[in-house]
Design a protein around this ligand. Sequence first.
Ligand code: FES
Ligand SMILES: [Fe+2]
Length: 344
Amino acid sequence: MTSPVYLSNTWYAAAFSAELSTTPLLRTLLGEPVALYRGASGRAAALHDRCPHRFAPLHKGEVFGDDLRCPYHGLRFDPQGACVHNPIGEGKIPKAACARSYPLLERDGIVWLWWGDQPADESKLRRWPEFDDSERYTCVEGYILVKGEYQLIADNLLDLSHAEFLHPYLATEGFNRRTQYSMEQQGNTVVARNWRPSEPISGLFAFAYGDDAPTHVDHLSLVKWEAPSTLRLEIGVTRPGQPPEAGPRSYQAHLITPETAHTSHYFWKWGRDFKLADQEFSTKLQASLQAAFETEDGPMIEAQSVHMGGQPQEALKPVLLPTDSASLRARRVLQQLIEQQVAS
Ligand code: FES
Ligand SMILES: [Fe+2]
């Protein structure tokens, strides 16, 4: 089987900051096994998990300072992958003793890995200022491994109509009939907009308002996709007729990184600007969102994948509904970017 071509010279989410420690973590990213660890200085590092000597798994090694020692014959590699210590014989370091290293950036509690041969470009990184501002926002986060191809997860998020059927307890009954859906492309960003004026309030937002909750609200969901598979969701409500910032809102990152051609890492992080100090609510919210992704979206995407039998979507000629326009556009933008990359 040929491996897919992924968009390169871009950032992919590799881990949450809290996952990295001096015990290396093995994670397969875009088909490559990567050892992720945090050195003694606090610096995060990512090395190809294959020692250049006899190909031992580096993640089974030990961290010394900021370096990682191979568990087999003890060569030590620094965060750039250079061998910095050879315990054998005279200790001479062979020129070729280099592990592949991947540039990382840690921002907003997320560890991003640069995938490509050009120098890592921080300006290409999407930021979430809300995740770094605990005075105004409270966050919860979670991760699942999905047995499905990464673009199916972006399709799922760009078309929130599925919530009425797959997550009815998170939605209001019959909301699809009341949704004014639109899609627009801004440069290489695709935005799906779901607008429901004077909508019955959902349980989550009624809780956000507390005793003073209105029965009806204007509900706006914006799903912003950026290549290759970075999604920002902004979901909020207001009393009818008020501007979007006048009511409770959530700001979400949904970050999808291919593990292999048919499996994906799905990192989600959910910031809110209401009930900031309510720990019990945070715990419940984390559990219910994680359960929705783990027991509803994840299995649905896996089942779709099984039925697609490894064939690309276009080959199967899916029947399309209006709410598919954003996911189709995102797929087209990604395809064009990959074609430009292959041609250059
Ligand atoms: S395999 Fe890593 S030092 Fe020998
Ligand atoms: Fe969902």
